[in-house]
Design a protein around this ligand. Sequence first.
Ligand code: BDR
Ligand code: CA
Length: 313
Amino acid sequence: MTARKIIIDTDPGQDDAIAILLALASPAEIEVLGLTCVAGNVPLALTSKNARIVCELAGRPEVKVFAGAEHPLVRNLRTAEHVHGATGLNGPKLPDPEMPLQDQHAVDFIIETLRREPAGTVTLCPLGPLTNIAMAFRKAPDIIDRVQEIVLMGGAYFEVGNITPAAEFNIYVDPHAADVVFRAGVPLVVMSLDVTHKAMVTPERNEAFRALGNRVGIAVAEMTDFFQSFDLEKYGSPGAPLHDPCVTAYLIRPDLFTGRHINVEIEIASELTMGMTVADWWGVSGRAPNALFMGTIDDEGYFALLRERLALL
Ligand code: BDR
Ligand code: CA
């Protein structure tokens, strides 16, 4: 099996960090061509710094990291320091990065890579707002048909919303970008809150990360210690949903997930339900399916995979 070439588009974020670590720990299945950063959980200057901190934590300072969009296509940026802390990566004490940020804009890197690599061989893995991906598709529509697949974290159907009663954070922050991406015609795999809210880091699971004993395992446990305090207060259950690693886990073990191939459209007109993923789970709309919308996860298998791979770093 040859490793799948991917670009991770990200706004780290502790759960983004763990998704990146899982990818970097899995070279047999995943070749990371680059990390493209976007404003989301925290502003761009921090997400593009945090991405490099994570690469260095993984011992991979040669990975190319690019800065992209500073704000959504249309709306003002909404960030999530209340979940992720002032730096976006609160929890472990990690050194400032020494590796450089690439000069090229993230959007141009996405375009250049898709034009350079054989068509159908590069997968995009967005873990934050979809601004960079939409900008690339608008600037260079010729790349759309060249994308193998987009595997993203975002949206919800049964869980509805986490940042508003109707919308999940990544889609809500840039609904216009999400609309471009969901209408593009690229095969989409959507890791929604319906899945990620079943991927809970219980205290036992977090202690198992810490017990890995390596720098990465301890840092991951400290990241989770930080953001789960927010979720404990919000959802009342110990542990927090570990959203973004569902994307990279899917590339390694797609069998851990099940979903339905359905139509998903993005609400961009109503302020009340802005960014809602209108997912036709029950097939009532007659609209053509455009996404494999995930609903279940083998959570024991997911955490076993994370432990196995993070131990390798
Ligand atoms: C998503 O929002 C962010 O806060 C997380 O990193 C994740 O990508 C969950 O709604
Ligand atoms: Ca994220």
